[in-house]
Ligand binder design. Sequence first.
Ligand code: SAH
Length: 262
Amino acid sequence: MVILVGAGPGDPELLTIGALKAINAAEVIVYDALVSQEIVELIPEHTEKILAGKRGGGHSTKQEDISNLLVKFGKENRRVVRLKGGDPFVFGRGGEEACCLANENIPFRIIPGLTSGIAGPAYAGIPVTHRAVNANFAFITGHESPDNTQDHNSEDVHPSRIDWEGVARTFPVIVLYMAMRNVESVRKRMVAAGRSPDTPVALIRWATTPRQQTMVTTLGRVTKDIKAVGMKPPAIMIIGKVVDYRNILQWFQDETLVPPES
Ligand code: SAH
């Protein structure tokens, strides 16, 4: 049995009871680089731990290798936990891993986790919805699969499957995962589509951990300000007026990065 477990965004208090039970019962845990050190420390000492990280830039293991490892352990009838940051089915490639297990007839379960796109803003004092602001919000990845950049004519393989103009028009609040690499192109396209450069934006790094850093800026200045304060991944970016609620609702002690006045 292989259990795909969402570890949540970092704070161990945000693990589900199911996740904690699965972690304690596992013989081997394959975890990714986004699982916080506080949660990795909860893994019992006798349990085999394997870091199979996928992080933009640094150390990483090929997705295929990770899936093969899960299949191998599954076939050995070990109690396997695949521990993933946030929720395994939100931009986490959990769907691919589960499909590999299903194809090999290996029994599996899914334990969802709190996704960083909701819990991160909450720990920054930002509700993703507020009656006064929005009746919907979008979850978007700022970093699409490179496989999606080729064929302009195919329906499912599009240069950018994200219609940014449509997004800018439709969603008052946008939560961007993996935002850092493409922030400038997102910014440009949103402004070109009519979003005011004054729209508030927040970036939250290592959300829900003692290392949480938050920066509040605007759509117009976001790229410049990221550089100025040295904000780095992993960060969630949230765009929209709900960001202003941080002024009233900030409750969690984080490091607030203040961009210079221009
Ligand atoms: N499955 C994860 C998302 C994986 S994609 C989830 O549900 O949260 C990787 C991206 O998630 C990172 O680039 C970053 O944008 C975001 N992320 C994950 N954990 C985070 C955290 N603790 N703080 C800020 N961003 C985080």
